[in-house]
Design a protein around this ligand. Structure first.
Ligand code: 6SG
Length: 227
């Protein structure tokens, strides 16, 4: 590999944190849509500054008016300001070597991450709209969603969704599976590959340190106290 290509690759994978401000995220004091981003950055050894916004501040509307889609999380990488949690995950995947080894893997990672988003949307709907009336039906249908990831991972057979390395979709799925283990501790019982993913990701030292940190443990999963 030529010198220039190698330098380019290195630039993709490193971020000189001493000369640049840390990444900054602005969000409510919940794990919500920031959880996967936090886990990924921790694993990649990147600092994240989180600016917490209270409900009262948010309801004043000034911040909302500056958000492209009127929603958070907001993410700042220097002067680049991003909204949409999945766009943020992709940005970090691109810049920290978690977006596959080539464009074919990248496309498969996109596909799997869209699948994670579909399940996350259902989970959020349950939590915020129908927790008391819909939990049983949700848990009954959950295996139909989980088995799709299980089957795909069995084919990949590396312990990750796509290829041989961790991708942003793995962090996203891992975060969502952790939420489901809180919702129902038995939810992964019949899914050995998903169980392995949770074990493997939880055992990565920097991920473990984040999960065990008091700051991370004390923050609720969702904004309405349901989990
Ligand atoms: C909510 O939906 O926290 N952003 C949310 N809500 C405030 O005015 N597609 C994008 C993405 O992927 C979705 C963004 C997401 O980034 S996240 C947002 O900005 C708004 O729309 C989930 C979350 N909920 C907690 C919460 C705080 C304010 C509204 C929801 C809890 C419920 C009501 C009060 C406190 Fe509440």
């Amino acid at each position: 590999m030529g010198v220039y290509a190698e330098l380019w690759l290195r630039r993709q994978h490193t971020r000189p944190t001493l000369t640049m401000p840390p990444y900054t995220a602005t969000y409510f004091a919940v794990k919500g849509r920031l959880g996967a981003i936090k886990i990924m950055l921790a694993d990649k050894g990147q600092e994240l500054k989180v600016v917490l916004v209270s409900m009262e501040e948010w309801q004043q509307g000034d911040l909302k008016a500056t958000c492209v889609f009127g929603q958070m999380p907001k993410f700042e990488d220097g002067d680049l300001v991003l909204f949409q949690s999945n766009a943020i995950l992709r940005h970090l995947g691109r810049n920290h070597g978690a977006y596959g080894k080539d464009s074919r893997e990248a496309s498969l990672i996109d596909m799997m991450n869209d699948g994670v988003e579909d399940l996350r949307s259902k989970y959020i709907k349950l939590i915020y709209q129908e927790y008391d009336t819909g939990k049983q039906a949700y848990l009954k249908d959950l295996p139909n969603s989980l088995c799709k990831f299980e089957t795909f991972m069995a084919k990949t057979n590396s312990g990750f969704l796509v290829g041989k390395e961790v991708s942003f979709a793995d962090y996203n799925l891992f975060d969502l599976l952790l939420n489901h283990l809180v919702l129902c501790p038995k939810s992964l019982d019949n899914f050995p590959k998903l169980n392995d993913l949770v074990k493997k990701m939880s055992a990565r030292p920097k991920v473990r340190a984040l999960l065990d940190s008091e700051a991370f443990k004390k923050i609720p999963i969702n904004g309405n106290g349901k989990q």
